[in-house]
Design a protein around this ligand. Structure first.
Ligand SMILES: [Zn+2]
Ligand SMILES: [Zn+2]
Length: 100
């Protein structure tokens, strides 16, 4: 059973490793425009990381009309990914593919 699921807008692509999931999210899905600052970021993990590294929880909730459980779900995804992923290798792979 593949434990990582893409999860973007009902996409149920599954991956054995988290790096594969992030690469898929970045190369196969359209980019996301941050509703707080308008920056274009890859959807999925990178969009979550952008929202929580660059903005406060309050800004996120206001811009996305989100509630505290939406924040908690995203924080859990972010920490799960960061525990598991070799993000340097993900970024390097994406740069080599010209996706970043
Ligand atoms: Zn997907
Ligand atoms: Zn932003």
């Amino acid at each position: 059973m593949s434990r990582w699921k893409c999860g973007i807008e009902g996409c149920d692509a599954r991956f054995e490793d988290v790096e594969g999931a992030i690469i898929h999210q970045t190369t196969e899905h359209t980019r996301h425009e941050c509703k707080v600052c308008g920056t274009i970021v890859p959807d999925g993990y990178f969009a979550i990381r952008h929202a929580f590294d660059e903005h406060t929880r309050a800004e996120f909730v206001r811009a996305y009309d989100a509630d505290s459980s939406a924040v908690r779900v995203r924080e859990e995804i972010k920490s799960d990914v960061e525990e598991e992923a070799d993000l340097n290798s993900v970024v390097q792979t994406l740069r080599e593919q010209g996706a970043l």
